[in-house]
Design a protein around this ligand. Structure first.
Ligand SMILES: [Zn+2]
Length: 278
């Protein structure tokens, strides 16, 4: 397990070409402009945390994500990870993530992003561009904790899978900003990608244990305020499996961002169980 804040400068040489490097640079240069609102939110992480904590994820999810598309996405994702939603996706090394990408013929670039407010960016996904890119491209900001990098990787693979299912790649680069969880809830492609992260992190047997409480069994499914008991279990699980311990060794802003992410994926998982029995 890598220590928090340790920089991982990995150059996946076989994947690199000058044209590809230039494209990555160009997209990274565009991040501060495209993510103006997300950067603003990132500077005040407590705000997003409060918003997400009280939101009913069932209602939001129902509105954004079509059930049949969701089933299709899970089916497609299982061609890559047959154990999806059965076992937790292991936190691997960057080499392992590179091997998965290479099997799928996806270009993977993994390096710390040192631009302004670099930690606000987690990564991005580009499906194709006519001149430079014949295969999809994933960029991972490895300045983040390896557990967060793995989650980013799953999210970006989620875009790859969703594109296969829906046939639509969307425009240009899909940036993943650290404080964009709230905005993901209203964008079908982003929420679909987050669903895969959530299922990979909290497979069904675990989800049933954590969220098995009487208040979840009302006539109308809902997933709003995360109960203390579930929160404590999730926190312990994340510390053990991912190695992220909030508040202990992370800078305060980053701790809030990761905590927001944890609550987001946990509530999404709860909603998937409550609404779709997944
Ligand atoms: Zn995304």
């Amino acid at each position: 397990m890598f220590r928090t804040g340790e920089l991982l400068a990995v150059e996946l040489k076989s994947e690199r070409s000058p044209a590809l490097d230039a494209l990555v640079e160009e997209i990274l240069r565009g991040a501060p402009k495209v993510g103006r609102n997300e950067l603003k939110a990132w500077r005040k992480p407590q705000r997003e945390l409060r918003q997400l904590a009280r939101l009913d994820y069932v209602r939001v999810m129902r509105r954004t994500l079509d059930y049949h598309t969701l089933r299709g996405i899970i089916h497609e994702a299982r061609k890559i990870w047959p154990q999806l939603n059965r076992e937790p996706f292991p936190i691997g090394t960057l080499d392992q993530l590179a091997a998965i990408s290479s099997d799928l013929r996806i270009h993977l670039q993994a390096a710390p992003y040192r631009g302004p407010e670099g930690m606000a960016l987690r990564g991005f996904y580009v499906h194709k561009t006519p001149k430079v890119l014949k295969h999809p491209l994933i960029y991972l900001n490895t300045a983040h904790h390896l557990g967060a990098v793995s989650a980013t990787f799953m999210h970006e693979i989620g875009h790859y899978v969703t594109t296969k299912v829906t046939g639509s790649a969307g425009d240009g680069a899909h940036y993943f900003f650290n404080a964009a969880h709230h905005s993901h809830l209203v964008r079908p492609t982003e929420l679909a990608a987050d669903v895969l992260v959530s299922l990979a992190a909290y497979p069904e047997p675990l989800a049933r244990k954590v969220f098995a409480t009487p208040w979840a069994c009302g006539l109308v499914a809902r997933a709003d305020g995360l109960p203390d008991r579930a929160f404590a279990q999730i926190r312990k699980y994340v510390r053990k499996s991912v190695g992220i311990d909030f508040g202990a060794s992370l800078p305060p802003g980053q701790s809030f961002n990761y905590l927001t992410g944890m609550i987001h994926y946990a509530k999404l998982r709860w909603a998937l169980l409550a609404e779709y029995d997944l």
